[in-house]
Design a protein around this ligand. Structure first.
Ligand code: NAD
Length: 479
């Protein structure tokens, strides 16, 4: 394989190893700056075959990392969306790659112009642990479609998965095409300091800030896919029998360890107890017999489990009502059964930080304006959910709030559509990907003006005389 870098010499020094891999990828890129459609398609085909061939091993490794994560969840949230994204990219690739012709103003004619879509070069992709395959390979799909080479850095919290991914990628791609770099925070820090042509970072807002700072030193552009507290607004017009199963599904998928999970629910004050009863019944319907339920994902680490316990205890200590929704917890197996928290004061951690677990704060509200103001007084969320039948109220929420993305009358699903750009705003991140947005995020749109043999610009050359004055008058009036 051309461009292989021996890890031996650089093993002790992650920065040196990353630099060597990056140099090899940049050298390979320079030999084929704008790869043809066939080259890109071949890479996408190989990626797809890799996911297909390795999917059971990925699912088993992810489950090992979590303690328990059902293979169905990995298939639903990691494997199927990635393969759909690859298929979508392959179908659209010729259209995405086509130069865009641009019609010029009369002042520019008879020149012509096009916008070329070119790869940026080598992109770095840093992924979190919660959907480790999807959040690595979805950005990679856009990157390969756009003609880039890529270096991948998975989370240290999914060591088994990272090892399988590294093997799968090494079998599928040469090191100067796509390569996986594994390791802890020291490797992650060195990785984000490397002079990539673009970095895609998915993770927490706190680490995202560090990554943006490190990348700024190289003027490396960054797509930041972060998290935050995504609200679910239950409108006065909501029917709980329709809304609650969808809300509970989105909240408890992967046990709430989902960036776009509804974090908390805004509920009309007079209906809080009815809502709570409906949520409780639905939790038991979807996950009977907790904590012994194989469909329920464990919490990723003892540290994360302890944090969730602390969030609930602190809320209880500060006067919130805590309601167990599904059954007892099992700390040894890290099964954190769903909990509702009602009336937690604003200064509790559960109301301040992204929860990232199966705890549902319920926030009562009196008027829709109050619910909208509640959302707008906080960081801009990655997702917002609205449930109800009243179209006017829906419109008021859509036009009155800003969020990374919205699903109306359901949860999560806006993320699953390749033609909808996915990304945050403000504290939930910047930039977007998926489908053509992912292709464009990792492309340079290069405007090219092609001058013609005849050009009036020469009348503006010095020495400036009457002709130049006349031309400027014309341009000032009609240009
Ligand atoms: P994290 O920020 O702790 O880690 C994410 C990645 O960053 C890991 O690969 C880690 O190794 C790496 N990292 C750690 N320190 C680093 C540094 N100094 N420089 C560079 N990289 C570093 O996040 P996490 O706990 O793995 O994931 C949970 C968070 O991710 C939540 O906030 C969640 O909302 C967010 N998230 C966002 C999305 C999205 O698409 N917007 C998707 C999933 C998760």
């Amino acid at each position: 394989m051309d461009g292989q870098v021996s890890p031996k010499a650089e093993a002790a020094d992650p920065a040196a190893r990353i630099a060597a891999l990056l140099a090899a990828q940049k050298a390979a890129w320079a030999k084929d700056v704008t790869p043809a459609h066939a080259t890109r398609d071949d890479r996408l085909v190989r990626l797809d075959r890799m996911v297909e061939a390795w999917q059971e091993r990925f699912a088993a490794a992810i489950s090992q990392d979590f303690g328990n994560r059902p293979a169905v969840v990995t298939e639903l949230t990691d494997v199927v969306p990635v393969r759909a994204a690859i298929r979508h990219a392959r179908r659209q690739l010729k259209r995405w790659m086509r130069p865009r012709s641009v019609s010029l103003a009369w002042t520019g004619k008879p020149a012509s112009a096009v916008i070329l879509r070119q790869p940026l070069g080598v992109v770095g992709i840093v992924a979190p642990w919660n959907y480790p395959l999807n959040l690595m390979l979805s950005p990679l799909t856009g990157g390969l479609a756009a003609g880039n080479r890529a270096m991948l850095k998975p989370s240290e919290l999914t060591p088994a998965f990272s090892e399988v991914l590294a093997k799968a990628v090494a079998e599928t791609f040469s090191e100067d095409e796509v390569v996986v770099v594994t390791g802890g925070p020291d490797v992650a820090t060195a990785f984000s300091a490397a002079p990539f042509d673009h970095l895609v970072f998915t993770g927490s807002t706190a680490v995202g800030r560090k990554v943006a700072e490190a990348a700024a030193k190289n003027l490396t552009p960054v797509t930041l896919e972060l998290g935050g507290k995504s609200p679910a607004i239950l409108d006065a017009s909501v029917q709980f029998d329709k809304a609650v199963p969808r809300l509970v599904w989105g909240k408890l998928l992967n046990s709430g360890q989902t960036c776009v999970a509804p974090d908390y629910a805004l509920v009309p004050r007079g209906r809080v107890q009815d809502f709570l009863a409906a949520v409780k019944a639905e939790v038991v319907r979807q996950y009977p017999g907790l904590p012994a339920n194989a469909d329920y994902t464990s919490i990723i680490s003892p540290r994360h489990y302890a944090r969730l316990t602390r969030l609930v205890e602190e809320a209880r200590d500060k006067g919130a009502e805590v309601v167990e929704l599904g059954g007892p917890h099992d700390p040894d197996a890290r099964v954190f059964s769903p909990v509702a928290v009602i009336g937690a004061p604003d200064d509790t951690t559960v109301m301040q930080e992204e929860i990232f677990g199966p705890i549902l704060p319920i926030v009562p509200y009196d008027t829709l304006d109050e619910a909208i103001a509640y959302v707008n007084h906080r960081d801009r969320p990655l997702a917002l959910y609205w449930f109800g039948d009243d179209k006017q109220a829906q419109e008021r929420v859509l036009s009155g709030t800003i969020a990374g993305g919205v699903t109306v009358n359901d949860t999560i699903l806006h993320l699953a559509q390749d033609d909808l750009p996915f990304g945050g705003v403000g504290a939930s991140g910047y930039g977007a990907y998926h489908g053509e947005a992912g292709f464009l995020a990792l492309s340079k749109e290069k405007p090219v003006l092609k001058q013609s043999a005849i050009s009036g610009v020469k009348f503006l050359y010095p020495p400036y005389g009457r002709m130049a004055s006349f031309m400027l008058k014309m341009l000032g009036r009609f240009g």
